[in-house]
Design a protein around this ligand. Structure first.
Ligand SMILES: [Zn+2]
Length: 314
């Protein structure tokens, strides 16, 4: 898994940061998913390592413009790619369907691929053989969801050298052993699958807060995440502003990471007021504030690729 930030500014873009949009690259799948789609996201996609044709799913956290206004333009541009693009499933809070349909009715767009829109409720909203996506209600000025993506454990690798040494013939017997079965050779020797397969590898988990004040639901959703991407609109000195606008401070985001026992924290949705090099409070101050609570905190940068790795526990 890789996380690619397409926009890390809150409310309005700056010259260095676009408004909200985050790519989640799922290497095994040959696809990527998009969380939020602020205006200009399609330009950021072109500048990034992501390929718009490989976009498979979009998750909108809430219906504020800085998370949404890039959606229709991006979908329409993607359609110009023609036959090389597959369908897209769009998930979002109640109203996402009306929003898309109303714009497409008034300003006709003919998409060359199927667009399926799913209005989400709390709970598991998508699941297949490899991954589970869960939505949880968070607390903002409008209905808002956070999302987590959890890979399912992968079967352990087959100990092929061991099988060769044992003289087990390649082919169906290997498959039986891989599936955990028992095989018997012509000479009478019996082998068990469990001795020839490494233990299953746990999958990775990531969680995206969207916009929210600190809330228990976020802690629950992000429990044990290998990477938590949490909004950090303000520094704690501006707590009152954060509370009034339904946002979190860096300290609060770090506290959520601690409570959820997350392994890493990426701070995003940063107020443009701190993105001024010689301003009174800078993003370095914000980073320090977060790291005092949760050391493995980082300030997300536009177009940077963050590799999500399993942290080995000693
Ligand atoms: Zn918002």
């Amino acid at each position: 898994m890789q996380i690619v930030f397409l926009g890390t500014s809150s409310g309005a873009p700056t010259t260095k940061r676009n408004v909200s949009g985050i790519g989640l690259r799922l290497m095994d799948r040959g696809a990527w998913w998009l969380i939020d789609c602020g205006e200009g996201t399609q330009h950021q996609i072109m500048r990034s390592v992501l390929n718009i044709s490989q976009l498979e799913k979009i998750f909108i956290t809430h219906l504020h413009g800085d998370h949404l206004y890039g959606l229709i333009g991006m979908l329409a541009s993607r359609s110009l790619r023609g036959a090389e693009t597959g369908g897209i499933t769009l998930y979002g809070p109640k109203g996402i369907d009306e929003y898309v349909q109303a714009i497409m009715r008034i300003s006709p767009v003919h998409l060359q691929y199927p667009l399926i829109i799913k209005v989400v409720e709390e709970g598991i909203i998508y699941e297949d053989d490899t991954i589970v996506v869960e939505a949880a209600k968070v607390k903002h000025r409008v209905p808002a969801f956070a999302y987590s993506m959890t890979e399912k454990p992968r079967p352990g690798a087959f100990k092929i050298e061991l099988a060769k040494e044992a003289g087990i013939p390649k082919g169906p017997m290997y498959a039986q052993l891989k599936a955990g079965g028992t095989v018997q050779l012509e000479d009478g020797r019996v082998f068990h699958g469990k001795d020839f397969v490494h233990p299953p590898q746990p999958g990775l988990k990531v969680a995206f807060s969207g916009d929210t004040i600190p809330c228990q639901n976020m802690v629950r959703l992000a429990q044990g995440a290998d990477m938590l991407v949490h909004e950090s609109t303000y520094v704690h000195q501006h707590l009152e502003l954060a509370e009034r606008s339904g946002h979190s401070t860096a300290k609060q985001a770090a506290e959520i990471a601690v409570a959820a026992e997350a392994k890493g924290l990426l701070l995003t949705h940063l107020s443009p007021r701190y993105d001024i090099e010689d301003g009174p409070i800078t993003l370095d101050d914000m980073l320090q504030e977060a790291q005092e609570v949760f050391l493995n905190s980082q300030i997300a940068q536009d177009l940077c690729v963050y590799e999500v790795k399993r942290t080995r526990l000693l």
